[in-house]
Write a protein that binds this ligand. Structure first.
Ligand SMILES: Nc1ncnc2c1ncn2[C@@H]1O[C@H](COP(=O)(O)OP(=O)(O)O)[C@@H](O)[C@H]1O
Ligand SMILES: N[C@@H](CCOP(=O)(O)O)C(=O)O
Length: 327
C-alpha cells in the first residue's frame, strides 16, 4: 500500500534542447539553466510561481505541476492530495527550451520522492513521455546529458551519452513565444524517401560523433530536412543563422526544440565565441527581432532531489533556499 513518506520535497530540474537538428523527437540534451520546485502536502492547495513570465500560468488545480503530481498519486492508488507548490524557473516559457518538460519531470520526481520512490526512473520516463508526447526533452531533463530515445507509444528505451567535455552552447532566445503545438502543426504529414534517408544518416552520424567526441563531424551531422525547413518561416533570421553559423565559428547550429530559440554548438576553447554571439544577435536585430543570448553548458545530472526533510526546508524560505550556494 503506497503512502506519503516525505511531506516536503525540493527538486532541481534542468532545461533541455530537443532534436539537436536531425534527431526529431529522438535526441535531447540537458542544459545548465534550471527550475526549482518545492512540493508539500498541505491543508488546502496553494501555487506560488516565481520567474519571468510565470505569472501567466494558472495558480490553482489547473496548474500542470499540480495535475502531474496528482497523476502520480492516482497511479499509486491514492486519492487527490491538497498540495503547496512553489516553483522558481529560469527556463523561458514556450521558447523551445523545454519548460513544459521541466514542469512535468519536476512534478513526477517530487511526487515520486514523497511516495518513497514508488516508481522506478524508467517508469517515470515512460509517464513523462506519455504526458509530453515525445521523449526528447523529458529524457534530458530527467536523466541529464544527451539522451537518445525511441518512443513507439508503448515503451521508451533510451541511452545516455556523456556530452563531450569541450561542448558549449550559445542560445539566442527571441522575445516572442511559439508553442510547440503550433510549430508541430507546421510540419507535413508525409516525407519523401530522400528526406527520410538524409535524416537517418545525419542523426546516426550526430549520435556517433557526440558519443565518440568527434566534434569536427558535427557541422556535417547537424543538418535536418524533417522539421527545420518547415518551421523556418515562423522564425525570422533562422535560416541565415543556421546556414552561416559554422562560418562564424560554430561546430553546428539548430532550432532548439520547436523554437523559436536557436542553439549553436561551439568548442569551449574557441576564439570565435564573441564573433558567433554577435553574428546571431545582429542577424535577429536585422529582422527586427529583439532577442537575448545565453552561454550554456550541458547539464550532466538531470533532476535531483536537493532537500528531502521537512525540518531542513523550513529553516529557510523557499526563495532563499534555492538561491543558496550549491543549489
Ligand atoms: N512551471 C510551469 N508550471 C506550469 N505549467 C508550465 C510550466 N512551465 C511550462 N508550462 C506549460 O508549458 C507550456 C509551454 O510548453 P511548450 O509550448 O511545449 O514550450 P516549451 O518549449 O517551453 O516546453 C506553457 O504555456 C505552460 O502551459
Ligand atoms: N521534438 C519536439 C521538441 C519540442 O521541444 P520544445 O522545447 O519546443 O517543447 C518538437 O520538435 O516538436
Amino acid at each position: 500500500m503506497n503512502k506519503i513518506v516525505k511531506e516536503t520535497v525540493v527538486v532541481k530540474i534542468p532545461a533541455s534542447t530537443a532534436n539537436l537538428g536531425p534527431g526529431f523527437d529522438a535526441l535531447g540534451m540537458a542544459l545548465s539553466l534550471y527550475a526549482w520546485l518545492e512540493l508539500s502536502i498541505a491543508e488546502t492547495t496553494e501555487v506560488n510561481l516565481y520567474g519571468d513570465g510565470m505569472e501567466e500560468l494558472p495558480t490553482d488545480t489547473r496548474n500542470l505541476v499540480y495535475k502531474v503530481a496528482q497523476s502520480v498519486f492516482q497511479k499509486a492508488g491514492m486519492t487527490e492530495q491538497p498540495l503547496k507548490i512553489s516553483m522558481y524557473s529560469e527556463v523561458p516559457l514556450t521558447r523551445g527550451l523545454g519548460s513544459s518538460a521541466s514542469a512535468i519531470v519536476g512534478a513526477l520526481v517530487a511526487a515520486n520522492e514523497m511516495l518513497g520512490k514508488a516508481f522506478s526512473d524508467q517508469e517515470l520516463f515512460y509517464m513523462a513521455t506519455e504526458l509530453e508526447g515525445h521523449p526528447d526533452n523529458v529524457g534530458a531533463s530527467l536523466f541529464g546529458g544527451i539522451i537518445v530515445s525511441s518512443w513507439d507509444g508503448e515503451s521508451a528505451p533510451y541511452v545516455k551519452i556523456t556530452p563531450p567535455n569541450a561542448l558549449e552552447t550559445c542560445v539566442i532566445i527571441p522575445d516572442f513565444q511559439l508553442s510547440t503545438e503550433k510549430a508541430r502543426h507546421a510540419l507535413p504529414e508525409q516525407y519523401s524517401k530522400s528526406d527520410v534517408v538524409f535524416n537517418i544518416g545525419k542523426s546516426s552520424l550526430l549520435v556517433a560523433a557526440l558519443a565518440s567526441g568527434q566534434l569536427q563531424l558535427i557541422k556535417q551531422a547537424m543538418q535536418d530536412r524533417i522539421h527545420q525547413p518547415y518551421r523556418a518561416a515562423l522564425i525570422p533570421g533562422m535560416s541565415h543563422i543556421l546556414e552561416q553559423a559554422v562560418e562564424q565559428g560554430a561546430l553546428g547550429a539548430a532550432l532548439s526544440g520547436a523554437g523559436p530559440t536557436l542553439i549553436a554548438f561551439i568548442d569551449s576553447h574557441s576564439e570565435h565565441k564573441e564573433q558567433l554571439e554577435n553574428f546571431m544577435v545582429s542577424t535577429m536585430k536585422r529582422e527586427g527581432i529583439t532577442a537575448k543570448t545565453m552561454w550554456l553548458s550541458p547539464d550532466h545530472f538531470g533532476t535531483r532531489v536537493i532537500f528531502e526533510s521537512k525540518e531542513l526546508i523550513h529553516e529557510l524560505p523557499f526563495m532563499e533556499l534555492i538561491k543558496g550556494d550549491g543549489y
